[in-house]
Design a protein around this ligand. Sequence first.
Ligand code: S3P
Length: 167
Amino acid sequence: MNTIYLVGFMGCGKTSVGNLLSKQLEVPPYDVDTTVEKLRGQTIKEIFASEGEEAFRNYESLAIRQLPLENAVVMTGGGAVVREENLSYMKSKGTVIYLKTSFPILWKRLMKEEERNKRPILLTKTKEEVFELYQMRNEFYEKSDVTIITDHLTAEEICIRILDEIK
Ligand code: S3P
Protein backbone atom coordinates (compact mmCIF):
# COMPACT_ATOMS: atom_id res chain seq x y z
CA MET A 1 0.00 0.00 0.00
CA ASN A 2 1.26 3.49 -0.89
CA THR A 3 1.33 5.98 1.97
CA ILE A 4 -1.88 7.79 2.83
CA TYR A 5 -1.38 11.50 3.56
CA LEU A 6 -4.06 13.29 5.59
CA VAL A 7 -4.34 17.02 4.96
CA GLY A 8 -6.69 19.73 6.19
CA PHE A 9 -6.95 22.79 8.39
CA MET A 10 -5.91 22.79 12.05
CA GLY A 11 -8.51 21.02 14.15
CA CYS A 12 -10.04 18.93 11.33
CA GLY A 13 -9.12 15.68 13.12
CA LYS A 14 -6.03 14.56 11.17
CA THR A 15 -4.40 13.17 14.31
CA SER A 16 -7.35 11.22 15.70
CA VAL A 17 -8.43 9.94 12.28
CA GLY A 18 -4.82 9.12 11.33
CA ASN A 19 -4.21 7.11 14.48
CA LEU A 20 -7.42 5.15 14.05
CA LEU A 21 -6.87 4.58 10.33
CA SER A 22 -3.36 3.33 10.92
CA LYS A 23 -4.70 0.77 13.44
CA GLN A 24 -7.33 -0.40 11.00
CA LEU A 25 -4.82 -0.70 8.16
CA GLU A 26 -2.21 -2.20 10.52
CA VAL A 27 0.46 0.26 9.41
CA PRO A 28 2.31 2.82 11.54
CA PRO A 29 1.11 6.44 11.88
CA TYR A 30 3.58 9.30 11.36
CA ASP A 31 2.90 12.85 12.45
CA VAL A 32 4.83 15.49 10.48
CA ASP A 33 4.83 18.00 13.39
CA THR A 34 6.25 15.35 15.74
CA THR A 35 8.87 14.45 13.12
CA VAL A 36 9.92 18.12 12.93
CA GLU A 37 10.08 18.36 16.72
CA LYS A 38 12.31 15.28 16.90
CA LEU A 39 14.48 16.54 14.05
CA ARG A 40 15.04 19.91 15.78
CA GLY A 41 14.78 18.92 19.43
CA GLN A 42 12.31 21.78 19.92
CA THR A 43 8.54 22.13 20.03
CA ILE A 44 6.72 23.73 17.07
CA LYS A 45 6.01 26.71 19.30
CA GLU A 46 9.71 27.10 20.12
CA ILE A 47 10.71 26.83 16.44
CA PHE A 48 8.20 29.54 15.47
CA ALA A 49 9.48 31.75 18.29
CA SER A 50 13.19 31.29 17.63
CA GLU A 51 13.40 30.91 13.85
CA GLY A 52 10.02 31.98 12.46
CA GLU A 53 7.46 30.39 10.18
CA GLU A 54 9.61 30.15 7.03
CA ALA A 55 12.23 28.06 8.86
CA PHE A 56 9.45 25.85 10.22
CA ARG A 57 8.10 25.37 6.68
CA ASN A 58 11.56 24.27 5.54
CA TYR A 59 11.77 21.65 8.31
CA GLU A 60 8.22 20.57 7.56
CA SER A 61 9.04 20.03 3.86
CA LEU A 62 12.14 18.07 4.87
CA ALA A 63 10.19 15.93 7.35
CA ILE A 64 7.55 15.03 4.75
CA ARG A 65 10.32 13.69 2.52
CA GLN A 66 11.86 11.62 5.31
CA LEU A 67 8.74 9.58 6.00
CA PRO A 68 8.05 6.17 4.43
CA LEU A 69 6.39 6.01 1.03
CA GLU A 70 4.74 2.68 1.68
CA ASN A 71 2.60 1.12 4.39
CA ALA A 72 2.14 4.27 6.42
CA VAL A 73 -0.44 6.89 7.37
CA VAL A 74 1.03 10.40 7.52
CA MET A 75 -0.72 13.25 9.34
CA THR A 76 0.51 16.57 7.95
CA GLY A 77 0.32 20.00 9.61
CA GLY A 78 -2.41 22.34 8.39
CA GLY A 79 0.02 24.52 6.42
CA ALA A 80 1.99 21.77 4.71
CA VAL A 81 0.14 22.04 1.39
CA VAL A 82 0.74 25.75 1.00
CA ARG A 83 4.05 24.87 -0.61
CA GLU A 84 2.71 23.40 -3.81
CA GLU A 85 5.76 21.18 -4.18
CA ASN A 86 4.75 19.37 -0.98
CA LEU A 87 1.29 18.66 -2.31
CA SER A 88 2.61 17.45 -5.66
CA TYR A 89 5.24 15.31 -3.89
CA MET A 90 2.60 13.63 -1.71
CA LYS A 91 0.25 13.13 -4.65
CA SER A 92 3.01 11.56 -6.72
CA LYS A 93 4.01 9.16 -3.94
CA GLY A 94 0.71 8.21 -2.35
CA THR A 95 -2.93 9.15 -1.80
CA VAL A 96 -3.74 12.58 -0.39
CA ILE A 97 -6.96 12.81 1.60
CA TYR A 98 -8.49 16.14 2.56
CA LEU A 99 -10.51 16.15 5.76
CA LYS A 100 -12.83 19.06 5.03
CA THR A 101 -14.50 20.62 8.05
CA SER A 102 -16.56 23.79 8.04
CA PHE A 103 -15.07 26.83 9.71
CA PRO A 104 -17.53 27.28 12.64
CA ILE A 105 -16.87 23.69 13.78
CA LEU A 106 -13.09 24.15 13.50
CA TRP A 107 -13.18 27.47 15.30
CA LYS A 108 -15.13 26.03 18.22
CA ARG A 109 -12.54 23.25 18.60
CA LEU A 110 -9.55 25.55 18.18
CA MET A 111 -10.71 28.03 20.77
CA LYS A 112 -10.26 25.49 23.54
CA GLU A 113 -7.30 26.71 25.56
CA GLU A 114 -5.10 23.62 25.11
CA GLU A 115 -5.73 23.51 21.34
CA ARG A 116 -5.07 27.20 20.85
CA ASN A 117 -1.92 27.23 22.92
CA LYS A 118 -0.04 24.61 20.95
CA ARG A 119 -0.58 26.39 17.62
CA PRO A 120 1.49 29.57 17.24
CA ILE A 121 -0.41 30.56 14.07
CA LEU A 122 -3.55 31.05 16.16
CA LEU A 123 -1.96 33.18 18.84
CA THR A 124 -1.27 36.14 16.55
CA LYS A 125 -4.43 36.16 14.42
CA THR A 126 -8.02 37.37 14.80
CA LYS A 127 -10.96 35.09 13.93
CA GLU A 128 -11.36 36.98 10.62
CA GLU A 129 -7.70 36.41 9.76
CA VAL A 130 -7.92 32.70 10.57
CA PHE A 131 -11.03 32.47 8.37
CA GLU A 132 -9.12 34.14 5.51
CA LEU A 133 -6.31 31.62 5.96
CA TYR A 134 -8.88 28.81 5.91
CA GLN A 135 -10.38 30.07 2.65
CA MET A 136 -7.00 30.58 1.05
CA ARG A 137 -5.76 27.12 2.05
CA ASN A 138 -8.97 25.46 0.96
CA GLU A 139 -7.90 26.04 -2.64
CA PHE A 140 -4.80 23.94 -2.04
CA TYR A 141 -6.54 21.24 0.00
CA GLU A 142 -9.15 20.84 -2.75
CA LYS A 143 -6.40 19.57 -5.06
CA SER A 144 -6.14 16.40 -2.94
CA ASP A 145 -6.99 13.02 -4.44
CA VAL A 146 -10.00 12.53 -2.17
CA THR A 147 -12.12 14.96 -0.13
CA ILE A 148 -14.13 13.77 2.86
CA ILE A 149 -16.65 16.18 4.40
CA THR A 150 -16.16 15.47 8.07
CA ASP A 151 -18.82 17.72 9.65
CA HIS A 152 -20.81 15.77 12.24
CA LEU A 153 -18.94 12.52 11.52
CA THR A 154 -17.04 10.59 14.18
CA ALA A 155 -13.43 9.51 13.58
CA GLU A 156 -14.76 5.95 13.07
CA GLU A 157 -17.21 7.12 10.38
CA ILE A 158 -14.51 9.15 8.64
CA CYS A 159 -12.25 6.06 8.57
CA ILE A 160 -15.03 3.98 7.01
CA ARG A 161 -15.34 6.56 4.23
CA ILE A 162 -11.60 6.70 3.66
CA LEU A 163 -11.32 2.90 3.51
CA ASP A 164 -14.19 2.86 1.05
CA GLU A 165 -12.43 5.43 -1.17
CA ILE A 166 -9.08 3.65 -1.25
CA LYS A 167 -10.20 0.05 -1.65
C1 S3P B 1 0.03 24.83 11.33
C2 S3P B 1 -0.63 23.73 11.79
C3 S3P B 1 -0.10 22.87 12.85
C4 S3P B 1 1.43 22.96 12.91
C5 S3P B 1 1.87 24.39 13.00
C6 S3P B 1 1.37 25.23 11.83
C7 S3P B 1 -0.60 25.66 10.27
O1 S3P B 1 -0.49 21.51 12.66
O2 S3P B 1 2.00 22.36 11.77
O3 S3P B 1 1.40 24.90 14.22
O4 S3P B 1 0.06 26.55 9.71
O5 S3P B 1 -1.80 25.43 9.97
P1 S3P B 1 -2.01 20.97 12.88
O6 S3P B 1 -2.76 21.20 11.61
O7 S3P B 1 -1.82 19.52 13.17
O8 S3P B 1 -2.56 21.73 14.02
